[in-house]
Design a protein around this ligand. Structure first.
Ligand code: PHE
Length: 468
């Protein structure tokens, strides 16, 4: 299927809100609720948060606009979009490689993301069955429980496959009936749970210290590695660099404003990440708890604290439901990139594409599920960040987060900033928006700030710089 023309029969979001909720659903995930709090913790709070906010504004947001505009202009997924727009430009067909990289990255990330997401299912069951309370009473027992759970191949596989089944179940029904409907149900619930938890923690003794930790910058805590980590995370958390936003943009109506939608998604993602931090730190600071392995906070520390507070059983169940929902709307977007590739490029029917691609990722992901030997191996896992040696899981994560996403983002920024003409981008961004006063600022950021910043991450990874 050569040279796709933008097609008119492509599925579309039912409304502007549909796109925003689906895209925010993709962005808000384990990155916000798991990763962001613990890297903020490790990097000493306030100053790191400021750099992260700057990265979102100067790098993340401009690339998000760029990705969405590529998708909406071509009405194609990443492979088709780059083939179509790359044709008559320098580099020509080689640009298709960026699309293919995106599809491969989606495949890889989903294969381990759903393993971690599966753990939340285990904890929901645990909380609801009343078995979390006695464990939480004894931190050592909880630690042992978690370690045993990680090294149990059947349970790891079972929960990973369950999460994949839920993901396939949504994507199977398509853009409007599947993804948009799921986002419209899950995202408001997620937001309400977050607000409820936030309201709850305001009354805990750790709240003032949490707020000070997050909002009072102490620049002596900030390292060069921390700056790079903040930059890298701004990518992962906004689902950029692999065509997820591009694909969602391809279902966007021409009368929807891209700048407004992108801005809303960035703001929602950031607000939710900060809320998650406030919630977690308030709870942790309320008690004198040592959090040595910060990457396991979510599963080994939080439960202990939940049950020290009134209403622990309800709070903990709600909390894990929240994380599961957030993860599901992200896994949906990852699968959609891979499935829509099969639909657009290989001409498969959606149901076949979803089942076969989802099934392959699920099978491949079993390798990840089985590669977790112990809690120790977990401490080496990072959804983004440091080089890791934790088996298949760690290696894939390292490749995807440190290489594929930044390289993809870098190339996307170059393509949109330097190869598309000013008029092409202006036209697409103003369509459905009216005059865009900040166009000049956006164009400057995507041409200079974004490639330079992302280039810095890539160079530092090549030089083997530790992210700490
Ligand atoms: N943004 C998601 C999160 O923060 C992860 C993700 C990355 C989803 C890339 C899709 C694409 O958890």
């Amino acid at each position: 299927m050569e040279n796709h023309q933008p097609n008119n029969e492509r599925a579309q979001w039912g409304s502007r809100l549909g796109f925003i909720l689906a895209a925010a659903g993709s962005a808000v995930g384990l990155g916000n609720l798991w990763k962001f709090p613990y890297i903020t913790y490790e990097n000493g709070g306030g100053a790191f948060v400021l750099v992260y906010l700057a990265a979102i504004v100067l790098v993340g947001a401009p690339i998000m606009l760029g990705e969405i505009l590529l998708g909406r202009r071509t009405q194609l997924g990443p492979v088709g979009a780059f083939r179509f727009l790359g044709r008559d430009r320098p580099g020509g067909r080689a640009w298709v490689g960026v699309g293919i990289l995106g599809v491969v990255t989606g495949f890889v990330i989903l294969s381990y993301y759903s393993v971690v997401a599966g753990w939340t299912l285990r904890y929901i069951v645990l909380a609801l069955s009343g078995k979390l309370a006695p464990l939480a009473d004894d931190p050592a027992a909880l630690q042992t429980f978690f370690g045993t759970f990680l090294s149990n191949p059947w349970q790891q596989t079972f929960f990973h496959l369950s999460f994949m089944a839920a993901t396939v179940g949504v994507v199977y029904f398509g853009v409007g009936h599947g993804i948009e409907r799921a986002a419209k149900v899950l995202m408001p619930i997620l937001f309400v749970i977050l607000l409820a938890l936030l309201f709850y923690v305001v009354w805990t003794p750790g709240f003032p210290r949490a707020v000070a930790f997050i909002f009072r910058p102490n620049f002596s805590e900030l390292t060069r590695g921390g700056v790079l980590e903040a930059l890298g995370h701004s990518f992962f958390t906004l689902s950029l660099g692999m065509g997820a936003m591009l694909t969602y943009g391809s279902y966007m109506k021409k009368r929807t404003s891209i700048p407004k939608a992108a801005l809303t998604v960035c703001v929602l993602d950031t607000v939710i990440a900060v809320m998650a931090c406030i919630i977690m730190f308030s709870i942790i600071f309320s008690f004198d708890i040592q959090t040595t392995k910060s990457s396991t906070i979510l599963f080994t520390t939080l439960p202990v604290v939940f049950f020290k507070l009134p209403g622990g059983a309800v709070i903990s169940a709600l909390f894990y439901v929240l994380v599961a929902f957030a993860a599901l709307t992200s896994t949906i977007s990852l699968l959609e990139v891979v499935a829509s590739y099969a639909i657009d490029e290989l001409g498969w029917a959606r149901r076949k594409a979803t089942l076969i691609m989802g099934g392959s990722i699920a099978l491949f992901g079993i390798l990840n599920a089985l590669s977790l030997g112990s809690v120790d191996s977990l401490s080496k896992i990072n959804l983004i960040g440091r080089p890791s040696t934790a088996g298949v899981f760690g290696t894939l994560d390292y490749l995807a987060s440190n290489w594929f996403l930044p390289v993809g983002g870098f190339l996307i920024a170059l393509f949109v900033g330097w190869l598309l003409t000013k008029n092409e981008t202006l036209q697409e961004l103003e369509m459905g928006h009216g005059r865009m006063k900040t166009f000049g600022v956006w164009r400057f950021l995507i041409r200079f700030a974004a490639p330079l910043a992302v280039g810095a991450i890539i160079v530092s990874v090549i030089l083997g710089a530790e992210y700490q």
